[in-house]
Design a protein around this ligand. Structure first.
Ligand code: B1M
Length: 211
């Protein structure tokens, strides 16, 4: 059984090879992929964020940690996505304009795919108009908006307003999330739902579909 605190440490140190090795060993030892994410990868990223805030880490440290985490996540993706179940709903998801953070959004997208949702991931720094166009064309049941910066959180409200103005709001449920986002903030900007993490996003999205 791999000690997931070692994996957390590998992410903290931005050690890509070690992160891949420990993730592979953890999977081989039967550790649940969700536990690997929560107690290994994500907890290491939490430490990185703290060290960046306190001035101990700089941008290159965050980038190395992000690379290590993204590479390790790639090993988990096929396991999380492999379900073979019928599609239960369609989701368009993206990180809002001005925001390049995508690791958490990718986890949410992967969890949703693994639970039977058809997911269209628009990527990062998605212009408001792109969200509107995709909602109009793809007619998703749910639009997912992710924001990691306090400066980009308001953009989620802007997208919701744009849905209103274009007459699309009533046809789509909006879920928001990201580290600085809260349930109160989601209510404040008129979102239909908020999820704290990828695991929570699945039942919340099912609930939005009335399941
Ligand atoms: Co940035 N960054 N970053 N960063 N970065 C934060 C967010 C920060 C908190 C770090 C800090 O200061 N402690 C800080 C924001 C401060 C603030 O706004 N108050 C910050 C800053 C300041 C910046 C820059 C401005 C730095 C600079 O340039 N001086 C810059 C901004 C660039 C931009 O976006 N325009 C920047 C850049 C970067 C990197 C590119 C180096 C890299 C991102 C790489 C990438 O994403 N591909 C990076 C990273 C890695 C971080 C931290 C360390 C980690 C983020 C992460 O991936 N976490 C982060 C500190 C932190 O969050 N502790 C930080 C792991 C991930 C699994 O968690 O993303 O929270 P998270 O996702 C979770 C939940 O939030 C939720 O589920 C996910 C999975 O469980 N969730 C949703 C997310 N989206 C959801 C959507 C949903 C539902 C749930 O529904 C749709």
């Amino acid at each position: 059984m791999v000690d997931l605190s070692l994996l957390s440490k590998a992410i903290e140190e931005g050690n890509c090879d070690k992160a891949v090795q420990l993730t592979t060993e953890a999977l081989g030892g039967g550790t649940n992929p969700q536990d690997i994410i929560t107690h290994g990868l994500q907890s290491g990223m939490g430490v990185v964020g703290g060290k960046f805030s306190s001035g101990e880490y700089f941008l290159p440290d965050m980038l190395m940690a992000a690379r290590a985490m993204t590479t390790a996540l790639e090993l988990l993706k096929p396991l999380l996505e492999k379900t073979g179940m019928p599609t239960i709903g369609r989701v368009v998801i993206g990180t809002v304009e001005g925001d390049m953070h995508d690791i958490g959004k990718n986890i949410v997208a992967t969890f949703l795919k693994g639970s039977g949702f058809e997911v269209f991931d628009l990527g990062t720094s998605v212009p408001d108009k792109k969200f509107i166009d995709e909602v109009r064309e793809r007619k998703p049941d749910i639009l997912g908006l992710s924001a990691l910066l306090t400066t980009t959180m308001p953009v989620m409200g802007r997208v919701i307003k744009a849905l209103d103005v274009t007459g699309l709001r009533s046809g789509v449920k909006v879920i928001v999330g990201g580290a600085p986002v809260t349930q109160n903030y989601a209510n404040h900007i008129g979102a239909d739902a908020y999820a704290h993490d990828g695991g929570k996003a699945v039942p919340v999205c099912k609930q939005l579909l009335g399941e």
